[in-house]
Ligand binder design. Structure first.
Ligand code: C2E
Ligand code: CA
Ligand code: CA
Length: 738
């Protein structure tokens, strides 16, 4: 039942919605991660810069202390006259400085240098540097010529008795390094003191001392890094502080540099990003995890929304177009899809309306659940009969419709199929049991040029209406003749109620003569419709009323007139008479009618035994249904109330000897078609005698027939030979005279 069209297109919207959600989630995640990274960067650089400032302050402080120490020593030297080398070294030995510094040295103008630990070294090739100023100077790191240690030298030029000397305080470079944050980032960071050329003065990682930090950093091969390095170099040349982050082989490094206010010295701290990462890893992981979870939840929600939307749509579609019970299409579906199909080029076929006779009664008798099963089973049967690919729907309760398209090779036997449909439905299985059902079918043939769904449907429904309630013909094909008949029937239907109100329906009585005595013993009441001075024969309107159930009302009306007449006759005449009235089989499904008929009799002081109810014999198709509906039970109840029962038109139906034996009947009325078939009459009479049933022969027209019937010992004779059905007054005369 699903629409086949646009199956691909159907997924475009949900898929693009999901894709959009996923993409925007990824963008949000990436942006967020970038933001976090930037936050980490700026945080790290801030921290690093803070640390650098602190360490720089410490180093500056230390250096200025060292300077003071030197200045102190020098001022003491200057104060003394005729000072000897020994006295100078004593000053040094007596100051607290001797614990921190390696030695003190005195350099003479020729570069010869004496140390406090008794060494003499020649520094003549470096002497310019030391003699260039009277200010305290600090040298860059160098190898000691005394003990090969890495050292820095604080120096000050002094005039001693007209001679220029330089006092040198030698410090192991290590001492600065002790100041470096003892545990910058767990010892995995690097701290340098460099000069403006990048030359390393002091270094937390000793092995690089003496090299240029810039050269080391030159290995940063990518251009982005180079740019940053250039910037740093320029900054350092201009005595500016700064921070920089760069990337080497996928790893980040953060660097902070600060001018130390000494020479052109800078403090530089470098720390690898991974250290930071360790600190922030947790945050990052959590953030990433959360974003993935959010992403997934969003995705699942999106999928859920899409699926539930689709389900909702499907449910709505199902409610709107699918019959929940049989899973076939419903009325809307049939009309919509039918219109579509009719537009197909060269569409040829049939619209078929089928409904189950007496479905309501089936429901009442077996219950709704079985009724539902019957409908489902019936729907399946239709699929097998007409083919799965035809449009089959349930329009209402038990009314189904088929739009049968004639394709090459499938049309030949359709009408035959329809004709035989009631045989196909002779045993519908519901659970363990099999049921026979009867269907009424209306067909409208669709020609190529016909495109109007509603018109075609109407015609099929009209044809179906003709079949409905008609026991002899179970299917009709719409044609012009049928249309005329329908119009005529429509007229009848329109006027029937008025007919009762205007007392247009009259009772005629046809006498039944006792074959032995020749006396009028009974009579049959027959309805006539007198409209505008014309008599409409029962054959024209009874079948219509059978269909629309008006027959129930009419029968009761006629029956009441009969009771009234009987009461009147009892008052006037001494003779007694029994009257038979025809009742439609439609009554037999409504048990209440027995009580109603009984009450009406009582109202006119009539005993039920004075009335005979004529019921037509069952046709073949009725037999099963009668069984299912329990007709025999109802007949028994009628008889229990005291009414007589006769089987009308006997011989045309399918009553077997067995069936008659079980049925609570009193009389059989031999159908007039057997009036000249002596052999048949003999058989029927034999049967009647065996069952002890009273017999009536109807349609008696000749004397010869009378003789034969007398010989066969038929009890009552009825027919034109004696009298036609007569108006009440005429009948009264006939009865009183015979
Ligand atoms: P039916 O019950 O078999 O009634 C007998 C029919 O045979 C009557 O036709 C009667 O006029 C006709 N007839 C009587 N004698 C002769 C004869 O010698 N030769 C011929 N050829 N026909 C004869 P009618 O009155 O036209 O009724 C036709 C049918 O309409 C009845 O057949 C009955 O089935 C139905 N009918 C009539 N009145 C009622 C009624 O009040 N209720 C119901 N449910 N059906 C009725
Ligand atoms: Ca009759
Ligand atoms: Ca009859």
């Amino acid at each position: 039942m699903k629409k086949k069209l646009g199956k691909k297109g159907k997924y475009i919207i949900p898929i693009s919605i999901i894709a959009m959600i996923v993409i925007s989630m990824i963008i949000i995640s990436i942006t967020y991660l970038k933001y976090i990274q930037e936050l980490i960067d700026s945080n790290t650089l801030n921290n690093l810069s803070e640390l650098t400032k602190q360490d720089a302050a410490k180093i500056e402080n230390q250096i200025s202390q060292h300077k003071k120490i030197l200045e102190n020593i020098v001022s003491k030297i200057e104060k003394m006259s005729n000072i000897t080398e020994k006295e100078i070294f004593d000053i040094y030995e007596n100051s607290i400085a001797n614990e921190e510094f390696s030695r003190l040295a005195i350099m003479y103008e020729d570069g010869k240098t004496l140390t406090s630990d008794g060494e003499t070294v020649d520094l003549s090739d470096e002497k310019e540097e030391f003699f260039s100023s009277y200010d305290v100077q600090i040298s860059k790191s160098r190898k000691s010529k005394v003990d090969r240690e890495e050292i820095n030298i604080y120096s000050k030029k002094v005039n001693v008795e007209g001679n220029k000397i330089v006092v040198l305080l030698v410090l192991e470079t290590d001492k600065y390094e002790n100041i470096f944050a003892e545990s910058i980032y767990n010892g995995r960071g690097y701290e340098y003191i460099i000069n403006s050329n990048g030359e390393i003065m002091a270094n937390s990682n000793k092995k690089n001392n003496g090299y240029s930090l810039f050269n080391i950093l030159e290995i940063l091969e990518n251009s982005e890094n180079k740019k940053k390095l250039e910037e740093m170099k320029i900054n350092i040349k201009e005595y500016e502080d700064g921070n920089v982050k760069y990337e080497v082989l996928g790893k980040y490094y953060y660097t902070s540099y600060k001018y130390l206010n000494i020479n052109d010295w800078y403090l530089v701290i470098i720390t690898p990003g991974s250290l930071i990462a360790q600190e922030y890893n947790k945050t990052l992981k959590v953030t990433f995890g959360v974003s993935i979870v959010i992403n997934l939840v969003a995705l699942v929600m999106a999928i859920y929304i899409v699926i539930s939307n689709k389900n909702k749509k499907r449910k709505l579609y199902q409610l709107a177009y699918i019959d929940q019970l049989t899973n076939l299409g419903n009325n809307n579906y049939f009309i919509g899809k039918g219109m579509e199909k009719l537009q197909e080029k060269d569409f040829k076929g049939y619209l078929i309306i089928i409904d189950i006779d007496k479905f309501k009664t089936f429901n009442k008798k077996y219950g709704r659940i079985k009724g539902d099963f019957l409908l489902q089973e019936f729907g399946n049967k239709l699929k097998t009969i007409f083919g799965e690919n035809q449009l089959i729907s349930r329009l209402t309760n038990d009314v189904f419709a088929v739009l049968y398209k004639i394709d090459y090779g499938n049309d030949k036997n359709l009408l035959e199929k329809i004709e035989n449909i009631n045989d196909d439905l002779s045993n519908i299985k519901i659970g363990e049991n099999k049921y026979k059902i009867l269907v009424s079918i209306g067909v409208c043939e669709i020609h190529r040029e016909e495109k109007e769904m509603f018109e075609i449907l109407d015609k099929a429904l009209m044809a179906h209406n003709m079949a409905k309630g008609n026991y002899n013909k179970k299917y009709y094909i719409f044609d012009e003749k049928l249309e005329k008949q329908i119009i005529k029937e429509h007229d009848i239907e329109v006027n029937m109620q008025e007919g009762i109100e205007n007392k247009e329906f009259k009772v005629f009585y046809q006498p039944k003569i006792n074959a032995k005595t020749g006396k009028v013993e009974e009579a049959e009441a027959l309805v006539r419709w007198e409209k505008n001075g014309k008599l409409i024969p029962p054959g024209d309107f009874i079948p219509v009323f059978e269909k629309n159930k008006f027959i129930i009302q009419l029968d009761k009306y006629i029956y009441e007139i009969v009771c009234r007449d009987l009461k009147e006759w009892k008052k006037i005449y001494d003779k007694e008479i029994k009257i038979s009235v025809n009742i439609s089989r439609q009554h037999l499904v409504q048990e209440e009618f027995i009580e109603e008929y009984y009450k009406i009799a009582k109202k006119y002081d009539i005993e039920p035994k004075e009335i005979e109810l004529e019921i037509t014999e069952t046709t073949e198709i009725d037999i099963e249904i009668d069984k299912q509906l329990g007709i025999t039970e109802i007949l028994k109840k009628i008889k229990e109330k005291g009414f007589k029962i006769s089987i009308d038109d006997f011989g045309t139906g399918y009553s077997s000897l067995n069936m008659l034996q079980d049925m609570p009947i009193d009389v059989i009325k031999i159908d007039k078609s057997f009036i000249n078939q002596e052999k048949m009459l003999e058989i029927i009479m034999m049967m009647a005698k065996k069952l002890n049933l009273k017999t009536v022969a109807e349609g008696v027209e000749t004397e010869k027939q009378v003789e034969i019937l007398k010989d066969l010992e038929v009890n009552l004779l009825q027919g034109y030979y004696f009298s036609k059905p007569l108006k009440k007054i005429e009948f009264e005369k006939y009865w009183q005279n015979n």
